[in-house]
Design a binder for this molecule. Structure first.
Ligand code: HEM
Ligand SMILES: CC(C)=CCC/C(C)=C/CC/C(C)=C/COP(=O)(O)OP(=O)(O)O
Length: 316
């Protein structure tokens, strides 16, 4: 899974192609896929798959694995589509987002809304019909948390927007877990807590890199309201909190030594990036820290899996 290398949307060099400004081109399926933020949803799916596989089960939970993750992906994609609709005016102001299909007028708002309702509705029906109602309702709450609470209100209201809004994006491991067991557990909440603490350094690193655009769009992101130095310091502080929280699966006996070593090494590297960013001692430190945040989360969740499914058998 290439989660960041191909990200044209976060590339400085993105330019509007010739001819843009004339009538928008016809939308193709790729535009609809783009509305779903597929790379973000792919990483979320990895975390929900880990939630499924770390939950206690006797027979392999095929329904949770296939239909549970399908339902979660459809609803997360639907939430992302609503985000494109609600934000289409500010998206058209910022260089990173101005080529998006709704911002461009390539997909009209009413069609995007219909698409969002269809895929979210299908996801909800799958979870309700084949998985369980707690997973369906928790996924629905995450959809509302991101598409309504974060996008419509918090994003425009406070520089703490992503700290609070981060809860919705952090939910997938819990959703995967409840898809198997039908109940919320402390261990699943630990995984949520990891992503919750990861979100501020993940996003603020990008916000430092894109500060001028957020200022232009009048979105009160932390670097815009409190400045670069303050944001860089908070990235470092949250990275320390993240390192501490990432130890909890080991401390509580949920994971073993292999995970612990991986969490320590990955966390140490994340702190190193945050220090470079704070001291401004590396070129392009902000965007590289953002990219590392994605690699970090992916590897940390792969480590959780390997710890349980490969090393459990040999080491413990
Ligand atoms: C409120 C919480 C979050 C905020 C504000 C946030 C913000 C962002 C932003 C602004 C981007 C750039 C997107 C683009 O250029 O299209 C991004 C990229 C990304 N985010 Fe997050 N994010 C959040 C949570 C998450 C979560 C929970 C995950 C996965 C578990 C995630 C995974 C990713 C990935 C994989 C990318 C790279 C996408 C690409 O290459 O196109 N994010 N994030
Ligand atoms: C059901 C469920 C699990 C829902 C989660 C939904 C989801 C896709 C969350 C993604 C978080 C994210 C990329 C936030 C950025 O939004 P932004 O508007 O700040 O960034 P942008 O400017 O790139 O659009």
């Amino acid at each position: 899974m290439t989660v960041h290398a191909s990200s044209e949307l976060i590339d400085d060099t993105l330019q509007r192609p010739e001819g843009v400004g004339a009538a928008p081109a016809r939308a193709v399926w790729k535009d609809y896929l783009e509305l779903c933020k597929p790379r973000v949803v792919a990483l979320m799916l990895l975390t929900s798959v880990v939630g499924v596989l770390l939950a206690p089960f006797e027979a392999f939970p095929w329904t949770a694995m296939i239909l549970g993750n399908l339902g979660i992906a459809l609803m997360a994609g639907g939430a992302a589509v609503i985000n494109h609709v609600v934000d289409h005016r500010i998206d058209s102001i910022m260089a990173r987002t101005r080529m998006r299909p709704v911002a461009q007028g390539k997909i009209p708002v009413n069609r995007a809304v219909t698409f969002a309702v269809l895929i979210s509705g299908a996801g909800f029906a799958i979870l309700m019909g084949f998985v369980n109602s707690i997973t369906a309702w928790l996924t629905f709450a995450s959809l509302i948390g991101y598409a309504v609470v974060y996008t419509m209100f918090l994003k425009r209201a406070t520089p703490q927007n992503i700290v609070l809004g981060g809860l919705a994006g952090a939910a997938p491991p819990l959703l995967g877990w409840t898809a198997v067991t039908g109940e919320v557990s402390g261990h699943a909440l630990l995984l949520v807590l990891i992503i919750f603490a990861w979100t501020p350094p993940h996003f603020w690193a990008l916000a430092v890199h894109r500060k001028a655009e957020y200022a232009q769009a009048e979105i009160p992101m932390l670097p815009v309201t409190h400045g670069d130095a303050y944001t860089r310091l908070h990235i470092l502080l949250y990275t320390f909190i993240l390192l501490a929280i990432s130890m909890l699966p080991f401390i509580t006996g949920m994971s073993g030594w292999f995970y612990w070593v991986c969490a320590l090494v990955l966390g140490g590297r994340f702190i190193q990036w945050a220090v470079w960013l704070l001291r401004d001692s590396k070129p392009r430190a902000a965007i590289l820290t953002f990219r590392f945040s994605i690699t970090y989360l992916m590897l940390l969740f792969v480590a959780l899996l390997m710890d349980r499914y490969i090393f459990d058998a040999f080491l413990y």
